[in-house]
Design a binder for this molecule. Sequence first.
Ligand code: MN
Length: 477
Amino acid sequence: MKNPFETLEVWFVTGSQHLYGPGPLQQVQSNTDVVVAGLSSEGNLPVRLVSKPIVTTAEQITAVCREANASENCIGLVFWMHTFSPSRMWIQGLKEVQKPFLHLHTQFNRDIPWSTIDMDFMNLNQAAHGDREFGYICTRLGKQREVVVGHWQDATVQARISSWMRVVAAWHDHQNLLVARLGDNMRNVAVTEGDKTEAQIRFGYTVNGYGIGDVATHLENVSDADATALCAVYDAEYQLSENLRPTGERRADLKTAAKIELALRAFLTETGAHAFTDTFENLHGIPQLPGLAVQRLMADGFGFGAEGDWKHAALVRALKVMGYGIGGGTSFMEDYTYHLHPSGGKVLGAHMLEICPSIAANKPSCQIHPLGIGGKEDPVRLVFDAHPGDAINATVIDTGAGFRLIVNPAVVEAPPEELPHLPVARAVWKPLPNLEMAAESWIQAGGAHHTAFSYDVDAAQLKTFANLAKVEYQLIQ
Ligand code: MN
């Protein structure tokens, strides 16, 4: 996956006013530069933080908000009222600002210098009330924002800024995202349906339909040499079952899988889509349900939803961007079957094929088995266990009145035994607080059987994401 943060910027804007005179204002600017430099060097920030000139008038405030709106690279702003900045000056700017913002409620000095404190110090360190004035006008204007409190050198504060940057980067990605639907939703299924126009209004992404024939055309054009070369990549990256190895009797099926991957990649490049869906019911011209291909595309950062599930394709993409570079992994997922043991229930999550190898505990094995449905040739797939760790399941549903984002943290465990007869990738987890309460709440909330599953994103980030989209958010834990 290409670094989605590379060209992005977050602007750091400090508010003040004229009354202090040029000396203190110069100090405010240089303190701001120190804070930005410190956050940039120590904060592990994924996105470049840019120190902007301090703003002291309504005209300057409105101008920087307009500049942010118009900037291609600016994905959000950090506001800080180092000194007092009367907030009626902020009304026009805040009314106009369209980029997400974080209100950093910090102070340049961590400690009060008890023995030397005087009114000069007090005047220069007024965030305690300056930021309350700013908060008031944001609330009165109904502005969604993140509020982060604490000293700027504190690791928790820096981590929150970093997390928020990841969310707004995913939000930025969503505003430019195309979800390509190959075929329709699985027949008769309700939860994967939804209002695509409303989704575009709320989340920003575009959902467009394509015929599977568009991929089939690319499939015809894939060269034998390219497919052979890709099979060699599979040989190197996975533990191939005997029959798929170079001299195995199913090697030709592996080559078909490679051709499907190359055709899908060509299709996604052609359309510019970074998320897609397919369905086993609309595969005319494609010999196998794409398993390995979808798994590898997810590992490269594409969002995916099976059975036409465009909402989860988009959500998986958002989580891929949010979690970029952390390394825990993110996948499309389905609550598949339960372990209802009295010692504590567990979920076995899997799908027919399409689980992302970014969550694998070990080198995946590459296998070929029949698929019970769809009437196609046997599909090649990667098989593995998900690694232990803390993760979340997230779902988006269309309630008919709008969208709802539901999140449930999970503790992923190694399967208690080997699963030698299960030919799909899987994850075993305990939902919080326990299976009974989690599933009851999930079902009452109308949560889907499909989810976006991630070790790299937390519930607080998804709450921010829901706020940006102005959709309902429900946390189950
Ligand atoms: Mn499914």
